[in-house]
Ligand binder design. Structure first.
Ligand SMILES: NC(=O)c1ccc[n+]([C@@H]2O[C@H](COP(=O)([O-])OP(=O)(O)OC[C@H]3O[C@@H](n4cnc5c(N)ncnc54)[C@H](O)[C@@H]3O)[C@@H](O)[C@H]2O)c1
Ligand SMILES: O=c1ccn([C@@H]2O[C@H](COP(=O)(O)OP(=O)(O)O[C@H]3O[C@H](CO)[C@@H](O)[C@H](O)[C@H]3O)[C@@H](O)[C@H]2O)c(=O)[nH]1
Length: 446
């Protein structure tokens, strides 16, 4: 099938590449001329395991190409995916203007029947807006008879595992009210459901809401565990045991029950806010979802509270090592990363920071630009801990799991570790002579 994908970010680039890998011919189109120029010369805009190899292969085999021109992308396309950003607006609601721009461009450009598939995460009702904008543009061009269909096909991939998730999705959700379109979409996704993963056809609004409900449900599990972790720290108990205890119930399951320094990223924070906003606009109080966000905001400061309790509120002259900047491992994405809140708070109290992340340092330099004078970025994890008063583990990259603690202890000013991702065992840390604080395992007394 000939496919056009508008937007070459995490979702668009992965979607286009994976469809090309299955034998389709794909044009990836973006308004960012620099991004497209770099992609054409083999430089990817993001770090995502396995993606570069797939892009290079499919470009070489002429199934994948990049352009800034929608005309080029739509020339032979049967299906056009919209995969542009929907960032949070001032009031927390999703800004759908990029989606509507893309729709408007489609209406101004298409010359034959087209299935327009919305893959961006958008509030319920956006498909209708996309439909109306395309219609308006066609009318302006005196092409009002040109037929098209709008589909909602939310994406559930996780950063850091984007290719693997796209290739083997738990399910594919397709919102459409057209039987013929449903069949074609099923055909397109058939190679990705070889293990009988369901392709769920439903009405458009249910598909749009499903995306927000999925993210809010996952975020709820995390905030819930973070709250229980705080209780463990107060009254005794170990959140790891509690996780096993509840996760063994097949109705609950083990995944997404890790307490930590709060969730970040480009999705959970913004989608939780948007769901609250949609509820509010429609007179539905989203009490659970609102609490999920409030708990997460508080959780981002939990490590900072621990540092304050241990070192006091004035941190002048104190030097802290930070391991992990990205919002999760296997990505260079810094959007809404808890590390930002933690680093800014410590610097605001007078500390200096020595930070290390395997992939996200360049992104961090941009995001933390205003705080640059107080941050040194280290070339490796050991350099970061040199002369540090404490180490804060903020992102659980694999290489942080079993470091050489003897060497670490010899290089630090004081052997103190604040573990925001529960990577180490308290008994082992005590044996090695570290003062060790973690989340919800009664190492930290509030
Ligand atoms: N990042 C994820 O893990 C993920 C997963 C599932 C869903 N989503 C959703 O998918 C959407 C895209 O997210 P992302 O992380 O890929 O965004 P991104 O910011 O990485 O990429 C968006 C791209 O769209 C381009 N763009 C904007 N307007 C355009 C236009 N009119 N025409 C052509 N290109 C245009 C931008 O230049 C950019 O390259 C969002 O709605 C997001 O919530 C993201
Ligand atoms: O038990 C857990 C699991 C995750 N997290 C944190 O939650 C955030 C999000 O993690 P994850 O969901 O793995 O990454 P994303 O790439 O943001 O993926 C989410 O957001 C995407 C965009 O909507 C969806 O497509 C995915 O299904 C959804 O998992 C990160 O900060 C994690 O550290 C925890 O604190 N505890």
């Amino acid at each position: 099938m000939n496919i056009c994908v508008i937007g070459t970010g995490y979702v668009g680039l992965v979607t286009g590449t994976c469809f090309a890998e299955m034998g389709n011919k794909v044009w990836c189109v973006d308004v960012d001329t620099e991004k497209i120029a770099r992609l054409k010369s083999g430089i990817l805009p993001i770090y995502e395991p396995g993606l570069k190899e797939l892009v290079m292969k499919n470009v070489a085999e002429k199934r994948l190409a990049f352009s800034t021109q929608l005309e080029e992308g739509l020339k032979d396309a049967v299906v056009c995916f919209i995969a542009v950003g929907t960032p949070p607006g001032e009031d927390g609601s999703a800004d759908v203007s990029y989606v509507l721009d893309a729709a408007s461009n489609i209406g101004a450009t298409m010359n034959k029947y087209l299935i327009v598939v919305n893959k961006s995460t958008v509030p319920v009702g956006t498909a209708d807006k996309v439909k109306n904008i395309i219609k308006q543009q066609l009318t302006v061009r005196a092409q009002a008879d040109l037929e098209f269909d709008v589909v909602s096909n939310p994406e559930f991939l996780k950063e850091g595992a984007a290719v693997a998730d796209f290739m083997r999705p738990d399910r594919v959700v397709i919102g459409t009210d057209n039987v013929r379109t449903a069949e074609l979409m099923k055909q397109l996704y058939e190679p990705f459901s070889r293990n009988q993963q369901p392709i769920l056809i439903m009405d458009i609004k249910s598909a749009e809401i499903t995306k927000y409900a999925a993210n809010a449900m996952l975020a709820t599990r995390i905030s819930f565990m973070n709250e229980i972790a705080r209780l463990c720290d107060k009254v005794g108990g170990d959140i790891a045991n509690v996780r096993l205890g509840i996760g063994s119930d097949s109705r609950i399951g083990m995944q997404f029950l890790y307490a930590g320094s709060g969730y970040g990223g480009s999705c959970f924070p913004k989608d939780v806010k948007e769901l609250v906003s949609t509820g509010c606009k429609n007179g539905i109080a989203m009490d659970v979802v609102s609490a999920v966000e409030a708990v997460n905001e508080r959780q981002k400061y939990y490590l900072v509270d621990m540092v304050k309790k241990r070192f006091g509120e004035a941190l002048n002259g104190r030097r802290f090592a930070i391991w992990g900047l990205a919002f999760k491992p296997q990505t260079d994405d810094m959007r809404e990363a808890p590390s930002i809140t933690i680093i800014k708070s410590l610097i605001d109290m007078g500390a200096t920071i020595q930070a290390y992340d395997p992939e996200a340092i360049e992104q961090a330099k941009t995001v933390l630009g205003d705080y640059a004078a107080s941050i040194t970025y280290s070339k490796d994890m050991l350099e970061a801990i040199y002369n540090a008063d404490a180490l804060l583990v903020v992102t659980e990259w694999r290489q942080f799991r079993q470091p050489d603690f003897v060497e670490i202890k010899s290089k630090m000013n004081q052997p103190v570790i604040f573990d925001g991702r529960n990577q180490y065992r308290a008994e082992q840390m005590a044996r090695l002579g570290f003062e060790y604080y973690c989340i919800g395992r009664s190492c930290y007394v509030q």
